[in-house]
Design a protein around this ligand. Structure first.
Ligand code: HEM
Length: 141
């Protein structure tokens, strides 16, 4: 799915991001909720104010799962199987929302890692996040 060069671009940017998953994840979520307010409906039980503990903790979980996925790029389906069940059977998140989150994750990475997140790295991340989303939305209906 991803070329060796694309995998390398994903892994090398992750090495920079991995130490800061809570803050980066919270920012990606904050951007999601501000730009696409309809996505807030899934999180009515959260405190969505800027920088809240809920955003930090959940952002850390989301980016943590993405970081774990960087170790299983060739095997995303089995690596993400439990999360796939959760999103399809329990949460029933509309699949269209995944594109929106992938977008805000990329904007967050771009704003923090300007030099490394060049066009090639972005294309690799776009493909990687789309592959994760495909797995997480594969069990619907
Ligand atoms: C929960 C990852 C996309 C809504 C989670 C959890 C993870 C995760 C790791 C925590 C699971 C646990 O506690 O065991 C991801 C990844 C995504 C993604 C990697 C895509 C790249 C989305 C989208 C939405 C969403 C697009 C909705 C807009 C939720 C909700 C929960 C959740 C509502 C439960 C939150 C709670 O009550 O604690 N997700 N997710 N997810 N996700 Fe996702």
């Amino acid at each position: 799915l991803l070329s060796d060069a694309e995998k390398a671009a994903v892994v090398s940017l992750w090495a920079k991001a991995s130490g800061n998953v809570n803050a980066l994840g919270a920012e990606a979520l904050e951007r999601l909720f501000l730009s696409f307010p309809q996505t807030k409906t899934y999180f009515s039980h959260f405190d969505l104010s800027s920088g809240s503990q809920d955003l930090q903790v959940h952002g850390g979980k989301v980016l943590g799962a993405i970081g774990e996925a960087t170790k299983h790029i060739d095997n995303l389906e089995s690596a993400l199987s439990t999360l796939s069940d959760l999103h399809a059977y329990n949460l029933r998140v509309d699949p269209g929302n995944f594109k929106l989150l992938c977008h805000t994750i990329q904007v967050t990475l771009a704003s923090h890692f300007q030099a490394e997140f060049d066009a090639t790295a972005q294309a690799a991340w776009d493909k990687f996040l789309a592959a994760i989303s495909t797995v997480l939305t594969s069990k619907y209906r």
